[in-house]
Design a protein around this ligand. Structure first.
Ligand code: CA2
Length: 168
């Protein structure tokens, strides 16, 4: 049987990871974060499609594409997290389980980073663990997808206000 497919989408400037501001974002490059995701996904029997864009519209297109072809979305919207109603609407529009991730703990940084638009369309948020935030998000996504057999692309686990319990 095909493995559930998770889109891992990265927003503006995350392509610069490892090259600037290592005191905030660490020394890992986005390529090494992708490699970590691939290793984690393999252990969790998930397939991943890992992408980065500096353009809001492209991220919206990819969320819509995920709605047609994937089973879940992990999103680090970068700075668009704090500004983009379009990302929130896209997540709500596709109805796939989504998890928001951040390398840094956005709640112990500047005030303007403390609000997230996409969070309202996400099952949950993982922030502050550096690249491990992505690996933790994949574990959480695996719990959501594997606990609901048959709820793949066709099934549509929905983000809701209720915490998701693993089901037998
Ligand atoms: O902590 C995160 O993952 C963020 O999404 C990273 C965004 C930031 O705007 C969010 O508030 C939190 C910034 C991504 C840009 O990363 C850079 C990395 C190296 C050099 C410059 C930017």
């Amino acid at each position: 049987m095909a493995q559930p497919l998770v889109f891992i989408l990265n927003g503006p400037n995350l392509n610069l990871l490892g090259r600037r501001e290592p005191e905030i974002y660490g020394h890992d490059t986005l390529a090494s974060v992708e490699e970590l995701c691939r290793r984690s996904a393999e252990q969790l029997s998930l397939a991943v499609d890992f992408r980065q864009s500096n353009h809001e519209g492209e991220l919206v297109d990819w969320i819509q594409e995920a709605g047609e072809t994937a089973d879940g979305i992990i999103l680090n919207g970068g700075a668009l997290t704090h500004t983009s109603v379009a990302l929130l609407d896209a997540l709500k529009g596709v109805g796939l389980p989504a998890i928001e991730v951040h390398l840094s703990n956005i709640h112990r940084r500047e005030e303007f980073r403390r609000h997230s638009y996409p969070a309202q369309g996400a099952v949950g948020i993982i922030a502050g663990f550096g690249p491990q935030s992505y690996a933790l998000a994949l574990v959480a996504m695996s719990t959501l997808l594997h606990a609901r057999p048959g709820l793949g692309q066709a099934g549509r686990a929905q983000a809701s206000d209720e915490p998701h319990e693993a089901e037998a």
